[in-house]
Design a binder for this molecule. Structure first.
Ligand SMILES: Nc1ncnc2c1ncn2[C@@H]1O[C@H](COP(=O)(O)OP(=O)(O)OP(=O)(O)O)[C@@H](O)[C@H]1O
Length: 560
């Protein structure tokens, strides 16, 4: 039975308000269309028409063609219908190699930019369990995601990987998400941003801990590791199989008591926790994939999510293992199909997703692959909202609101972070104090790009006997008096003082390179420092990190 609903091209034209008959195509138009694109023997079944969406069941001739053939013809279908390539998608039926559904979204509803301040946060004062709305899909429905899991909704907790090339609108996309997070009442945010909070400055007051610079990020990662353990333990003790909104509140339910006698314990709640690593190519390069990986795998059961943003989604920035451990992806325009393939699952690319077609010409356009959203949606483009200068004052308002009404860090997370980061955490400054005193642990640009092991130190054998420095070995070359060479006991004392000084400055991860000036001042060699660092680790003053030659200071000052 042929009805008007059966003709794809007719419906597409109707939606676009073109006169269907003018083109000489009525309900019989589909045959011609399919023939033109090389699918002559395919048949179109039930067709549904929405305000800006036509979906049609497609059946291919048995044994002749497969769903892959349809995928290949998508650009030609778009051409035949005179639509942009991203307007046509195909969802293969997982049960059949020759059936699927063609989805056509004729009008690009994303072409008009939407300013963020026109709508502002979607659920101000709500819970992080409500959807985080970051824009719209091309059919006008909300573009949203969740970070915490929900057993009843059948949704897993996830981390998020955000990628896009310069100018693709990744920065504004991040602001959409961050303003959503900060307008909820049961979540705490930590942020590492090597770009000096360029995009996020108005929101800083609401961020519990914000760091820039390589060493400070290392410290934050060490703190995240420690909090994972403490938080998982807390959730277990309070009988939560995974984090849920009730965990963030004071524990008044006997079902979630840590007391043996089964009465309500009244413990303070544990807000959801997000650790956000901007331009993570830098931090990943510094920290190594393994460190990130292990964190990503364990954090989800601790009521924590990682948000990781990357400019170049490729193997040299992040391993496939880490990428997969992160789960959800938000992909803005990318330079080429390889980058798209790295970010999006094959099935999503096959269904028509092609972020390389936008590159940086369509800022804000993105694909979102995330738990809780039906897979058919993954290949639908969305657009995040635009942040202009006029958004700043509303961002500041959101931040001020969050300072008063948002979640405070809980004692469990706070203690675990302080036990590792010491004063770097306990004396952290927030944006509402002094903009210029943010923890910039080293401010050393070089440090941001390369290995943390100084090339000069790479060859050092830590097992080597303590070398006797030759006189003059460490003396300044010109114009300064040859300094006094400290005795071994003095040297150790100076070294202990140096560690205390690093600690008081919040520089909680150190290596020989950090002692360069100190060596010059004290007439001691870097190889002596390397050995002394190792000894200090044996004594418990330092602890090894995942990076060779980098040591974490075990806080003494915070504990005192
Ligand atoms: N949804 C949007 N609609 C319209 N313009 C947008 C949108 N999102 C971002 N833009 C604009 O596009 C340009 C690039 O955006 P943005 O700076 O966020 O890109 P980016 O990917 O973060 O680039 P970079 O990595 O260089 O910071 C900016 O001028 C921004 O205002």
């Amino acid at each position: 039975m042929a009805g008007p609903g059966l003709a794809l091209s007719w419906n597409v034209r109707m939606i676009l308000r073109h006169n269907p008959d003018a083109a000489g195509e009525g309900t019989s138009g589909d045959k011609g269309l399919l023939e033109k694109v090389g699918l002559a023997k395919a048949s179109i079944g039930r067709t549904e028409v929405g305000p800006n969406r036509v979906t049609a069941k497609l059946g291919l001739e048995a044994g002749e063609q497969t769903n892959d053939d349809v995928t290949k013809t998508l650009p030609r279908i778009a051409s035949a219908l005179d639509l942009p390539p991203t307007a046509v998608r195909y969802m293969p039926d997982p049960e059949s190699a020759r059936r699927g559904e063609l989805v056509i979204v004729p009008r690009d509803m994303l072409a008009d930019t939407v300013r963020w301040e026109e709508s502002g946060p979607s659920h101000p004062g709500g819970s992080i369990t409500e959807p985080l709305t970051i824009g719209v899909y091309d059919d006008g429905s909300p573009l949203e995601l969740w970070l915490p899991g929900d057993k009843e909704a059948g949704r897993n907790a996830t981390h998020l990987l955000i990628a896009g090339m310069t100018g693709s609108g990744k920065g504004d996309g991040a602001l959409n998400l961050m303003t959503e997070i900060l307008s909820r009442t049961d979540v705490v945010l930590w942020l590492s941003d090597p770009k000096g909070f360029q995009d996020f400055r108005p929101l800083l007051p609401a961020i519990d801990w914000a760091v820039e610079g390589g060493t400070a990020t290392e410290v934050m990662v060490e703190a995240v590791k420690a909090t994972i353990t403490a938080r998982t333990e807390w959730l277990g003790r309070h009988s939560y199989r995974q984090w849920e909104a009730a965990a963030a509140q004071r524990q008044t339910d006997p079902k979630h008591s840590c007391r043996k006698d089964g009465t309500a314990c009244g413990c303070p709640g544990l807000p959801f926790h997000i650790a956000w690593f901007e331009e993570a190519g830098v931090s990943l390069g510094l920290l190594g994939d393994d460190a990130f990986n292990s964190i990503a795998n364990l954090a989800r059961s601790a009521g924590m999510a990682l948000v990781v943003s990357l400019q170049r989604p490729s193997h040299d920035q992040i391993s496939t293992t880490t990428r997969d451990a992160l789960g959800a992806r938000l992909c803005f325009g990318v330079p080429n199909a390889t980058a798209a393939g790295f970010m999006l699952p094959d099935s999503v690319v096959d269904a028509g997703a092609a972020p390389e077609r936008w590159s940086n010409r369509r800022p804000g356009y993105c694909y979102l692959v995330t738990p809780g959203i039906p897979e058919e949606r993954y290949s639908s483009p969305g657009r995040t909202r635009w942040f202009t200068d006029t958004a700043t004052s509303l961002m500041e308002t959101v931040a001020q609101w969050a300072v008063r009404n948002g979640a405070q860090v809980d004692p469990v997370t706070e203690k675990a972070a302080a036990s590792v980061a010491g004063t770097a955490y306990t004396q952290r400054t927030t944006g509402d104090e002094d903009e210029n005193t943010h923890l910039q642990a080293d401010g050393d640009e070089d440090e941001m790009t390369g290995s943390l092991v100084d090339p000069e130190d790479e060859g050092i054998d830590p097992e080597e006997e303590l070398p006797d420095s030759e006189p003059g070995d460490d003396a300044p070359m010109f114009g300064q008096e040859t300094g006094h060479k400290p005795s071994p006991a003095e040297a150790r004392q100076l070294f202990a003082e140096a560690l205390e000084e690093f600690e008081s400055e919040g520089r909680m991860v150190v290596g020989p390179k950090d002692f360069t000036d100190w060596c010059d001042r004290n007439n001691l060699s870097r190889s002596w420092v390397s050995l002394r660092l190792k000894e200090a680790a044996l004594e418990g003053r330092l602890e090894a990190t995942n990076q060779t030659g980098r040591w974490r200071i075990v806080p003494a000052l915070a504990a005192a």
